[in-house]
Design a protein around this ligand. Sequence first.
Ligand SMILES: [Zn+2]
Length: 396
Amino acid sequence: MSLMSRHINSTRLVRTYNASTVLKTLYEHGSCSRSQLTELTGMSPATITRIITELMQQGIVLEGTHGKSTGGRRPIYLHIDHTKLYIASVKLVRDDCLVAVLDLRGQILAKEPLRPSSFEARALLSDVASSLRAIMASLSIKPEHVIGVGVSASGICHPVEGIVIRSLNLGWKDVPVADILGELLGLPVLLENDANACALAEHWLGNARETMNSMYIKAESGAGVGIISNQALLTGSRFVTGEIGHVPLIPGGKLCRCGQRGCLEPYVYFQGVKEDYKKATGKDITHAGFVELVREGCQFAVDIVNDAASALALACAHWGIILDLEVITIGGVWGEFQQEIVDHCQKYYDSILEQSVIPSSVSIRGASFDDVADLLGAAGLVVSNWFTPAAVPFAR
Ligand SMILES: [Zn+2]
């Protein structure tokens, strides 16, 4: 059984075996004639004709150019209308939950912040389902034209079972997200850790396109990384690859909420920065406000950025060289400080390579996407997993 088939009990056209086989073949080949589809899928000409007629009636498949005649009638090439099949996508991070609907090109058609009434898992997922239903209704999208739901969640996730094993950020333990949301929406659901989803978004669409090995540092709501190794997500044995937030890096460094000193997290946890600022000044600070303070040279903010730069430079160098990476993306607010953080990490990394005469190089960059990286990565997973073996999504 494939990952996606656990929730499929529908006889609705798009998800029937024959129709989805035809759609996947068209997605992979770009366009095909009816006789090519017969050959590629092994289905009978009558079956292909029937399915194509139904898919054309629904507007999902279109007729395009005519091919050359090989004796008989000139064949007509068929292709998918990538704007007529959809993916739902969800970002589950405390204080920043988002729901969205994308088309098969990866275009975000609508995106809404979710203000959950509760973080209790079933209540929150029920809010997610209602919100997605409302978006689909407002766009006049039929649920049967949605191929699946991708969920990016902060925490340790079991992607095969679709379970959030543990999330400090959401306060969850062993929550079967794919089952609960799948039942609420009647759609297949795929789950992935948020740093992994962002790493996939950069790999498919952003900084790390056309590279084999890359890393995304998700450092704002905690500290974790997503790693692409030989073009595939590195998952490890128990899905904790990339949980670097509480591995002490700096001897005698800042005290962490986990009780240890010198972890990466206290240097980059933005909620902690906000709390420190409030303690020092009595005022609240936003993401944009903090960036502004650094630009103005406010010593309090500059010191925080410099400390974050030192910690992130260590993280980049340790992990980057272990994994022989080509690209490292620093996500969130920290990646916005080009000179103070991104360039600092690059220089530190380069100096290590030079001193140790390691023949390697890396490109360290800020993120390609703002808060939508999670949504793009999660949606991409749905498209990728639509295929066996998994394919690169949004490629055309
Ligand atoms: Zn810690």
